[in-house]
Design a protein around this ligand. Sequence first.
Ligand code: ADP
Ligand code: MG
Length: 256
Amino acid sequence: MTETAPVIEIQNLHKSFGQLEVLKGVDITAHRGDVVSLIGSSGSGKSTLLRCCNLLEDSQQGEIIFKGEPVHWTGSGSHRHPADSRQVLRIRTNLSMVFQQFNLWAHMTILQNVMEAPVTVLGRDRAEVEEAARGYLDKVGIGDKCDVYPAQLSGGQQQRAAIARGLCMEPEALLFDEPTSALDPELEQEVIRVIKDLAAEGRTMIIVTHDMKMAADISKHVVFLHQGMVEEEGPPDAVFSSPKSERLRGFLSATQ
Ligand code: ADP
Ligand code: MG
């Protein structure tokens, strides 16, 4: 493990669901402080790639390297699985995922939602976690919602709570899967604001998004996936202003 190693590096990743090959040799790298956006049509493999990054999905071939530490595999092909459950836990807790549908626990207050994993999974001191959790809820602008339940919040507030929950794990990187897609347009902006603030702080993030404006504003690198392959990638200026591939041009004009 070295300081200069990327936080997450994916090399030649292949992933199938049964006969359906969804990722066909994908490479993606995020260094510390990078914001990498993943764009592409529905079904191109964006969510699957993100879920492979933090080992929520198995993959059949290729490497996943977290801070210079390759995932250890056992078996091969459709029988390949991570070999070391402690390594899986370490990687998963260091790559916090924020989902489209928030995935808050309905029976817990917002504060309990944010505190749950740091206390139960990481075994951190409850009082310290509570102080940190309140801080992160303040940071995302819902410090006054600690004691209410998710159903009492708007979608935008719920997603901000989910972001606070991710931050409270003190992860190396945040992975966002279409964090604003479930929100009404007027609520999207409050979540985009929070994500922009995190980018400005130098947080490492991989963001699957349909929001080309946000991707253009905050990304260091943009990756366009097409049918499980990286069709084109580069800095946002190049990808959005002078796309080379016909497919990317078509995709961008359809999302205008
Ligand atoms: P995207 O996020 O870009 O819309 P996904 O990664 O969700 O794409 O899906 C890529 C392909 O994999 C799609 O054809 C989808 O139907 C398929 N897929 C995703 N998850 C599963 C699953 N759990 N079982 C079978 N097929 C799946
Ligand atoms: Mg998806």
